[in-house]
Design a binder for this molecule. Sequence first.
Ligand code: GUN
Length: 284
Amino acid sequence: MPAEIINGKELAKQIRENMKEEVSDLREQGLVPHLTVVLVGDDPASRSYVNGKKKASAETGITSEIIELPESTSEKDLLDTISELNGNPEVHGILVQLPLPKAISEQKVIEHINPEKDVDGFHPLNIGRMMTGKDTFLPCTPFGIVTMLKSKNIKIAGQHVVIIGRSNIVGKPVGQLLLNENATVTYCHSKTKDLKEITKLADILIVAVGKPNVIGPDFIKQGTAVVDVGVNRLENGSLTGDVDFEAVKEIASYITPVPKGVGPMTITMLLQNTIKAAKRLNNQ
Ligand code: GUN
């Protein structure tokens, strides 16, 4: 039997409907959740992501603004911009779109954001809170992935989760979140030996490689739940994931598509974090 498809777009829509009501209640009390996104330079992929965040915010009743800075912006100017946002009580969430130009230290920038406005969950304080299982802003893509698995009641505790990719944005934190849910977690990456032997042991396989269609059915045992985090634009303009969807869906138990998979969930979790920031900053 082919895999059940986990439609992230549909799930995101349902969650956003509930969020709309929550935002409407907050607005009645005079609290308007506000997200500020900072975009440095004009990378087309980053611009497209940022526009998606703006559109989704508006649909949910969250106000947002995009601060666009030129590629030539100095690190000091960016840090000054963040300082202003940190001090502005009307700004609840701050997101600096990555990657940044090479002349700017991403780590310095991340560490400069007020951890209470860090809706990406990238600040070391928030990463530490996540690692110790404390209440915090969870990084959006990992949070979205766990929400997708839970939406289908996919068992996590005691299951073997294999992750391909060890980025700070996806691979590392999703492993931590699933460990917090009592999974047994294995991280694979570009230096991993015998990758297929390991991925074939997975009950849940999370793929965040960044190369189109590199994970075929030969990497997967019957019944694995497969989460595809890849977003690759092909020459014909279409989007595809890291997983060979058509072939893998024949043997997986569940699979997330691209598009309409993890992407819409990432944005939804960002909105959720923005609402949380607005409430926490206003002692709610
Ligand atoms: N670039 C790619 N993904 C992300 C993300 O989740 N947050 C930020 N700030 N930049 C990104």
